[in-house]
Each structure stands twice: as C-alpha cells, then as structure tokens.
Design a protein around this ligand. Structure first.
Ligand code: HEM
Length: 448
C-alpha cells in the first residue's frame, strides 16, 4: 500500500484578491476535490479576510475532532445561523452544550428508538400505498415528506401534522430555503422579495407553532411519550428544567439537523440502487426471508436487515449528506507540526476522505458487500455522522429510519433510471442532487 501519512501543507493557487472565492461559489465540491487531488491532504486556501485549512486525512480529523478538540469551536458558518436556530445542540458550546447533550442523549438511545421504529414503518407504508403500479417519481420529494412526517411525529406526536396544516409547508420553506444569501447577507431577510417574505412568514409560523405546543403541554400538565415530552421532563444536575427558549432552539435544531440529511441519504440510495438491480434484488430477498412475503416488516426485523444496512452505509460513504465539517480555532495550537492561529477556519472534506483509495479499495464503486464480514476500515476514515463528543446524536435514529425506509420501499417496488445517472451532486451545507432525479417505480407482483 502507498504511504498513508498525511502530506505537507500546500498553498492553493488563486487570484490575489479573491483567492478561491469564485471557484468555491461556483462549485465547492469540485474545487475542493480538485485541490485535494492535486496538492495532497492539507491545503491552505485563500479567501478574503479568512485563513482556511482544507483537510482530508484521518490523522487530522482525529486531531481536530478528538485529541485537540478543546482548541476548536463551531464554524463561522454555523455561528451565522444562531440568530435563527439559537443555542440548540448543534450550535451551542461549552457548559450549555455539555448539559444539553447529557439531557438529550437518553431520548436517542436504544429503548427510546425502538418505539420510533413502528412509527417510521407506518409512515413509509402509508406513502407507498398511494403510489401507482408504474410511475415516474421524484423520490427526493417523497423522501423529504417521509422524514418530515417522522420528525414531526417524533417531536409532537402522530396527530400533529394533520391537526396543524401549514406546518409541513413551513418546515419545507424554512429548511430547503437555507441558502447562501441567508448566511452571507443577513440583509436578505429584510428585502421586499417574494422569497424572503415567504421565508420570514414560514419562520414565524414555525416559531408560533412550537411556542403553542410548549404552552399547551405546560398548562395541561399531561405527560406525552414524544420528544417534546422528554424535553419538558428533563432536569439538569440541580433539578432545573429547560426554559421555553431552550426547548424552542432544540426543536428547530432537530428539524435542521435531522430532516433533510436523512431524506438525502434515501434519495442518493435510491439513485444508486436504480443503477444496481442486483443490489435491489438482495434487499427484496432479505425482506422476504424475514417476512415470508406474507406480512409487512416489523420493528423486530430491523437488526436482521444486514444487507439493507450495508447498502445505506455504502451510500453514506459515497454521498455523505454532511460532505464537509467546519471548525474554527479558538486558541493558538499546532496541527501536523504547523502553528495554527486563533480564528483559522478548518474545513474537513468528508466526501474526499470517503473516496480515498488509500482507505477504500475501488473507492468510486458502489460495493455494499465491503461492509459485510470485512475488517472495519481504519479509524477516522468513515465518518458520515462525525466523530468524537460532537458525533451526531441522531445517528442511530437516522440509520433506523433509512434502513427501514429502503427495505420497506424495495419490498414493494423496483426502481429504474429515468434521469441520467449517476446524478450530479450540488454541495453547499448538504450534498443535494443538482437536478431532480426522476426514477420509474414498478410494483413488485404479489405472490399468489
Ligand atoms: C443520515 C442522516 C444524518 C447525517 C448524515 C447526520 C450527520 C451529522 C454530522 C456529520 C454531525 C456532526 C457535525 C459536526 O461535528 O460538525 C451531526 C450532528 C448532529 N446531528 Fe446529525 N445527521 C443525520 C441525522 C440526524 C437526525 C435524524 C437527527 C435528530 C433527530 C440529528 C441531529 C443532530 C444533532 C442535534 C447534532 C449536533 C450534535 C452535537 O453537536 O452534540 N442528525 N449530524
């Protein structure tokens, strides 16, 4: 195997004033991939007013996210979202983050998750029941609906969306509308544009609905078995409850972090499966072996869906929805022997790491079998959910939601390409398909 040590730091070429700004705004994923391919694992980027290190080596990931994590804080990009999402788990730091993480952790552990499995299966079955036997579908739209309904039901109970029409649309407007103008031009929200007005109205509606739910629950005094119930019950070390503002921020954060990411995982997985009929067939065989073809999947089947889980794992390797993670150095430190000044931005390119031939044989190929009965890859080479103390709190939730989702879907329908595949990704905060991916779904004939 070739030398697997990280290469030395190299300055990226770029125009004197703007540096990499234009190529990044045109196509950040293509630019980062080209830089890391040409110059190695550690590239210094020039951007107006910023010092950026672009990294893609597992040793550097370990250093930034684990060993030397106290020297790094949340990224400048994430901090810009604070006026909207406040101090939820994704953006908070220090003591507040530590307290909230330990209060929220139990809601994402095994027993709590099991009660969500039935809900996930029910939600997906209801969607699929409405599909025609042969139809062209934009499955990303379907998957966004599925994960939106799941997160709303998990947060507020299963009847919430039917009783609060308008919230589903507001969630879509707010979160799919998170684009660069919002981050880099706070003024955009105040411009009299149709899109900015619609966005502001959707944020206001969402804020009102969350506040109303919290107020109703507090005044009724009834305990509910959903995530809002858990937030209201949680008590800190001195017996203190969460404030309404903190609960609001956590709920908006769950929408932000847990809705589109899971939908994208399913979208990319369906696009990959449409190109690999043999992998689809193995999912169907796996489901039939469990259900005998006579009953729908049940939560108890989940741990036995090994092939479906390997398909999701491989899809997350090739198309990690969080394709790049950011941090900012908060104090003087050292990385790879180089001094790092406070304020330096560090961008960890997960997409490149996951396709590195030093860690994965045939890195561009879709090979779910690499995750079955094979030695685990080298640590820190596969990190779709991050790593270290700030690893995704929803990783087991998302894995369950996507594995059950793909297995249910494939047991009822086969997928066939209509749009040209592989689809081209477009990377900003998340890795989205650049254009809608249309697939043909065909009902699997029922036995008998
Ligand atoms: C396949 C779907 C998902 C992917 C790929 C994903 C990915 C990630 C990644 C990479 C991080 C770490 C970010 C960083 O360190 O900078 C993260 C954090 C987080 N994720 Fe997820 N996520 C997914 C689903 C979910 C779901 C379903 C939820 C909640 C229901 C969720 C909630 C969170 C939260 C709250 C954090 C912040 C954790 C902390 O800082 O303590 N995620 N996610």
């Amino acid at each position: 195997m070739a030398d697997s040590s990280p290469t030395r730091f190299v300055d990226a070429p770029g125009t004197p004033l703007l540096g990499s700004l234009l190529p990044i705004s045109r196509n950040a994923l293509a630019h980062f991939t080209a830089l890391l391919t040409q110059h190695g694992d550690r590239v210094r980027l020039r951007l107006p007013g910023r010092n950026v290190l672009l990294l893609a080596h597992p040793e550097d990931l370990e250093q930034v996210l684990v060993r030397d994590r106290e020297a790094y804080g949340r990224s400048a990009e994430l901090r810009k979202l604070r006026p909207i999402f406040g101090d939820g788990l994704l953006s908070s730091e220090g003591e507040l983050w530590r307290r909230q993480r330990s209060l929220l952790q139990p809601s994402f552990q095994h027993d709590a998750l099991l009660q969500y499995a039935a809900l996930m299966l029910r939600t997906l079955q209801e969607h699929i029941d409405s599909w025609q036997p042969v139809q062209h579908r934009d499955l990303h739209a379907d998957m966004m609906r599925y994960t939106r309904e799941v997160i709303c039901a998990v947060l507020f109970g299963e009847r919430f969306l039917t009783e609060h029409t308008g919230v589903a649309e507001a969630v879509t407007t707010v979160f799919t509308g998170l684009r660069s103008e919002l981050l880099y031009l706070p003024l955009w929200r105040r411009l009299p544009l149709r899109r900015s007005r619609a966005w502001n109205q959707a944020v206001a509606l969402l804020n009102r609905s969350v506040a109303q739910q919290v107020a109703e629950r507090r005044s009724s005094g009834h305990d509910h078995p959903d995530l809002l119930g858990a937030l209201l019950r949680a008590r800190g070390p001195a017996g203190e409850a969460m404030s309404d503002a903190q609960i609001h921020d956590e709920i908006l954060t769950f929408f932000l972090a847990g809705h589109e990411t899971a939908a994208l995982t399913l979208t990319w997985t369906t696009a990959l499966l449409a190109q690999h009929p043999e992998a689809q067939e193995r999912i169907r065989e796996e489901v039939t072996a469990l259900t005998g073809g006579t009953r729908p999947l049940s939560p108890a089947d989940y741990p036995r869906l090994r092939w479906s889980a390997a398909v999701i794992k491989e899809s997350l390797r090739l198309y990690p929805p969080v394709w790049s993670m950011g941090r900012e150095a908060t104090r003087q430190t050292v990385l790879g022997g180089e001094p790092i000044a406070p304020g330096t931005d560090v961008w960890l390119c997960i997409h490149k790491l996951h396709r590195d031939p030093r860690w994965f044989a045939q890195p561009e190929a879709f090979l779910p079998e690499r995750w079955i009965d094979q030695p685990a890859p080298r640590p820190y080479t596969y990190v779709p959910f991050g790593i270290g103390p700030r690893v995704c709190i929803g990783q087991h939730f998302a894995t369950m939601e996507t594995v059950l989702g793909i297995a249910s879907m494939l047991s009822r329908f086969t997928l066939h390409p209509v749009s040209p595949l592989p689809a081209e990704p477009s990377a900003w905060i998340t890795l989205r398909p650049r254009r809608p991916i249309l697939l043909e779904v065909r009902a699997v004939p029922r036995p008998g």
